[in-house]
Structure formats: structure tokens, C-alpha cells
Ligand binder design. Structure first.
Ligand SMILES: Nc1ncnc2c1ncn2[C@@H]1O[C@H](COP(=O)(O)OP(=O)(O)O)[C@@H](O)[C@H]1O
Ligand SMILES: [Mg+2]
Length: 267
């Protein structure tokens, strides 16, 4: 369903995606893991044409989305639902207005049909009686659910999740994991989940791909990733400070800058 081919993107001469190749099958949940700042969100935004690549193609059911613009791109985007990092709700709109936004924009459905659809979507994510509330009145987990309700409103074939469990407590996070699984099973959607939360990755993934230094360095089932022979993959999935993945500044050196022994008479 989604074929990413030799995707390249640099910002200010700094390559973020350096020839990414990845195929995502219809109906599967692909989890993309990698460190903060490694380009996961940038990769997701390419999938729906929010960022244009420097080179490479992304085929969605055989159509290269990177070559589309205007109405053709808008039409292609309707296949997607996206849960942005931090949910990205409109703060000045109620939950109902947030969830129904695309329905008003892209359909000719009646007010009654739209209300019905909003209710269905909120129910699907386990929310009730929140229609009139504003995002600021909701907890982080509820905001993610509203974002998810909004992303399924248009019956997408593909749902993209950017860090769905980041910034919420582990129990709420796990209920979001369950929702991702449920939506895959019930709506038969293809899902792409970007995360650095390995617990979530193992739970929701059919396959996991690791993004590192601009490339997908391994793709496999959760078991295959757990048993990876790559020291880089092992360091990431087990969360070790020491290993082949470069750190910003070696911790000891950074510390010694601050705690340099004072010379007599100095400051
Ligand atoms: N619009 C942009 N302009 C310049 N640099 C960007 C832009 N978007 C992302 N970057 C850079 O690309 C890198 C990858 O970012 P991102 O995809 O957000 O990482 P993450 O894996 O944490 O989601 C970062 O170094 C970030 O600063
Ligand atoms: Mg990100």
C-alpha cells in the first residue's frame, strides 16, 4: 500500500532522511522507532505530502504522492488520518467542532449526519459527553483521543500516529495502544506509528522499522527486532547510554565542564 523509495531530505545541508526505503503492507501496523530528532516526524509528514522530499518517491496504492499538488494532493490526503504529536487540536474550537471540521470542509453531509458521525467517532475512542468542552479543559490522554476521533472522522484507509503515547502516563498510554490495535482490527486500516516508546512499539506493531542516521537500518517483527544482531538496534531498544549510537557530548566531559576544580584565586 505504501512504498517509500530512496527518500532524501536535508534541512540547511544537514541530511535528515538519506535514502529511506520501506514498504508498508495493507492492513498492517508498521512502527517506526528511533531517537528524538532522528527524523521520524519528518518521515511521517512526507507520507501525506506536508513536506516535499529532495529526492525519492512515495507510492500510495501506486500513485506517487510526492508528485501531486493542489486538488489531486487534497484528494489523496483524504485517504489519511493523522494523529499529530501533541494532538494539534484547534484550541478555540470545542471537541465537536474539532472532530467535525473535515466533515464540514469535505462533505455535503447534513448537520444531523455530521452530529451522528462525531458521536460515533468519539464513542470509538472511548469518550462521552465531551462535545461541548474545549481542548484546554481536557487531560493529555483525552486530547489524544479527540485527535484520534478527528483523524478517523473521514473514514481513512491509513492512520498515521506521531508519538501517540508520549507525554501521557503509562496507563493512559496503554489504553491508547489498545485503541490503535482496535482501530486496525475493526476498521482494517493500515497504520504507521512513530515512537520511541518500546513498550508501545512491541504491543501495537506487526512490524518494526528502526530509523537511524537517515536510513532504515532494520525491519522485522517485534521478535526479530528483540533478537536483532545489530548493536545499534540493541542499544536503542534496551535504552543503554553506552554503545555505537553517538551521544551529543560524552556525559563525563559535559559534567567536567561544569564541575572543573576551582583554582585558588579563580572563580
Ligand atoms: N521544517 C524544518 N526545518 C528545519 N529543520 C527541521 C524541520 N523539521 C525538522 N527539522 C529537523 O529535522 C530533524 C528531525 O526532526 P524530527 O523529524 O522532528 O525528529 P523526531 O524523530 O524527533 O520526530 C531535527 O534535527 C529537526 O530539527
Ligand atoms: Mg517527532
Amino acid at each position: 500500500m505504501i512504498e517509500i523509495q530512496e527518500l532524501r531530505k536535508a534541512f540547511n545541508e544537514h541530511p535528515v532522511l538519506d535514502g529511506v526505503n520501506l514498504t508498508i503492507k495493507t492492513g498492517e501496523t508498521m512502527v517506526i522507532i528511533g531517537r528524538s530528532g532522528c527524523g521520524k516526524s519528518v518521515l511521517l509528514k512526507h507520507l501525506i505530502g506536508l513536506i516535499a522530499p529532495d529526492a525519492g518517491r512515495i507510492l500510495i496504492d501506486g500513485t506517487d504522492i510526492t508528485a501531486l499538488a493542489g486538488p489531486a494532493l487534497d484528494k489523496m490526503r483524504l485517504k489519511f488520518g493523522m494523529l499529530f504529536q501533541g494532538a494539534a487540536l484547534f484550541d478555540s474550537m470545542t471537541v465537536e467542532e474539532n472532530v467535525s471540521f473535515a466533515l464540514h470542509e469535505h462533505t455535503t453531509a447534513s448537520e444531523a449526519e455530521i452530529n451522528q458521525r462525531v458521536e460515533e467517532c468519539l464513542q470509538a475512542v472511548g469518550l462521552e459527553r465531551v462535545e461541548a468542552m474545549y481542548p484546554a479543559e481536557l487531560s493529555g490522554g483525552m486530547r489524544k483521543r479527540v485527535g484520534l476521533a478527528r483523524s478517523i472522522a473521514m473514514h481513512p484507509e491509513i492512520i498515521l500516529y506521531d508519538e501517540p503515547t508520549t507525554g501521557i502516563d503509562p496507563i493512559t498510554g496503554d489504553s491508547i495502544n489498545n485503541l490503535i490495535i482496535e482501530l486496525r482490527d475493526r476498521l482494517k486500516v493500515t497504520s504507521v506509528v512513530v515512537t520511541h516508546d518500546m513498550k508501545s512499539a512491541y504491543k501495537v506493531a506487526d512490524r518494526i522499522a528502526m530509523l537511524y542516521n537517515g536510513n532504515i537500518i532494520q525491519v522485522g517483527t517485534p521478535e526479530e527486532i528483540r533478537g536483532s544482531a545489530s548493536a545499534t538496534v540493541q542499544q536503542f531498544i534496551t535504552g543503554q547510554a553506552d554503545g555505537p549510537i553517538q551521544q551529543g557530548l560524552p556525559a563525563r566531559r559535559a559534567l567536567s565542564r561544569w564541575f572543573r576544580p576551582r583554582r585558588r584565586g579563580g572563580i
